[in-house]
Design a protein around this ligand. Structure first.
Ligand code: NAD
Length: 428
């Protein structure tokens, strides 16, 4: 499959079909779960700083809410498509299900590039997004959160608009808010930490000590940085990270054979996770081509940037040394690349399990909002560890018992839970 032909929604449907076959789901259940329950397409007019008006295209997709309110992030991206949002919404349904929290799956997006928008223009997009969808979201129906290129400030503007329109205080209507404004301790770390908690469990299974391992990461944003932080705390060494360079319009990989220094790299990274390549060179990093992160002789690969990154075109370049791929990003591996990776006997922690820490902590945030009582960071992270470890163990045990790959095992568990909920409600 070439990159141009890639459609993430087709990937998501293909993965679902495989699980549906394994579960022998009936036709009605397949028809329901292969597609979103609701799709909202809308426009957001914005007064630009230069006096012109610009109209942005936006989406909210609610894939399934049989197990609880729809839940999922809002992404700002210039290449956003409705099919990407539909795929991400479906993956959210499986994600909330695999970690067994009482939520469904949704996702939102705006086609825009925040690199070229002032703070005021971004605020108008956030407020405009809420105005268009306010009747169809809320703490008991659909709860948005941040995703690629959206952050706690965006969430607070959205919540403020929601509360202004509805005339009440509903902090649980949106998660990923700043600390002190209804946000949860640990939310910033949660996705990356959750990914590494699953890696820790794989290493236990494979009988490998973390401090004897090396890793390479794609992306240097929210997920990747905190994954690196916890991985280093466990004793691991990161040899390479990659990031997107918005000036050159391509990605680069940054390699240091004695190991990447997280703090020094953070200092030369912009607000969107782009590492300054000239400053990196000055700090002694080798600046390599964008896909070099994937070709490293390391034990662990963590794609944590975007979907469609490990494809049939590059999967064969993965080193023989690699034992584990933990998918921090959503949908980073195409189904045909999966086949190549499986033939190399690499242990894959599938995306909707590996990156579920974010939604688990978002759920904790909502619980705290509803109680109006906030937990300390240690308490949040301890609860996160329990949820992630329990989910990982359930999937791993199921995969061994049924001779399934981790991705298939995770799919069977989560699709089955959602299908049962739809069935119990009398929908199918
Ligand atoms: P982010 O915007 O904070 O960071 C993205 C990073 O990826 C940046 O460093 C950017 O430079 C880099 N990048 C973008 N395109 C790239 C490319 N082609 N090659 C190399 N690097 C590239 O985003 P994030 O929140 O860290 O999310 C990353 C992935 O994880 C996405 O797939 C997202 O959907 C998924 N995810 C995020 C969360 C969360 O809580 N943030 C939760 C679950 C899943």
């Amino acid at each position: 499959m070439s990159k141009t032909a890639y459609n993430p929604f087709m990937t998501a449907q293909k993965q679902f079909d495989k699980a549906a076959d394994l579960l022998e789901l009936n036709e009605a259940t397949r028809d329901l779960l292969r597609n979103p329950m609701r799709e909202f397409h809308f426009t957001i007019p914005v007064h630009m700083d230069d006096g012109t008006r610009k109209v942005f295209i936006a989406y909210r997709i609610q894939h399934n809410d049989a197990r609880g309110p729809a839940k999922g992030g809002i992404r700002f991206h210039p290449q956003e498509t409705v099919d990407t949002v539909k795929a991400l919404a479906m993956w959210m349904t499986w994600k909330t299900s695999v970690v067994d929290i009482p939520l469904g799956g949704g996702k939102g997006g705006v086609i825009c590039d925040p690199h070229h928008l002032s703070a005021f223009e971004q605020e108008q997009i956030c407020r405009g997004w809420i105005r268009q969808i306010v009747k169809n979201i809320g703490p008991f129906s659909d709860i948005p959160a941040p995703d690629v290129m959206t952050n706690p400030q965006h969430m607070l503007w959205m919540l403020d608009e929601y509360e202004t329109i509805t005339g009440g205080k509903y902090p649980g209507a949106i998660t990923g808010k700043p600390i002190g404004m209804g946000g949860s301790q640990g939310r910033t770390e949660a996705t990356g930490y959750g990914t590494i908690i699953t890696v820790r469990e794989v290493l236990k299974e494979l009988n490998i000590k973390p401090d004897n391992t090396t890793a390479s990461f794609q992306g240097f944003g929210n997920v990747s940085r905190y994954a690196i932080e916890l991985y280093h705390k466990m004793g691991g060494k990161t040899l390479c990270v990659s990031s997107w360079d918005n000036n050159d319009n391509k990605s680069y990989s940054f390699h240091k054979k004695e190991g990447v220094n997280l703090e020094e790299l953070v200092e030369i990274t912009d607000a969107f996770g782009g590492i300054d390549k000239d400053k990196a060179k000055d700090l002694g990093y080798d600046v390599l081509h964008g896909e070099a992160w994937l070709e490293q002789n390391v034990d662990i690969l963590i794609p944590a940037a975007l979907e469609n990154q490990i494809t049939v075109d590059n999967a064969s370049k993965i080193s023989k040394q690699v034992r584990i791929i933990a998918e921090g990003a959503n949908g980073p591996t195409t189904p045909d690349a999966d086949i190549i990776i499986n033939s190399k006997n690499i242990f894959i922690v599938p995306d909707f399990l590996a990156n579920a820490g974010g939604v688990v902590c978002s759920y904790f945030e909502q619980v705290q909002n509803n109680m109006n009582y906030y937990w300390e960071k240690d308490e949040v992270l301890a609860k996160l560890d329990v949820k992630m470890t329990t989910a990982f163990t359930a999937v791993s045990d199921f995969s061994h018992q049924n001779n399934l790959k981790m991705r298939d095992a995770a799919y069977v568990i989560s699709v089955n839970r959602v299908a049962q909920a739809c069935h119990n409600r009398g929908w199918v």
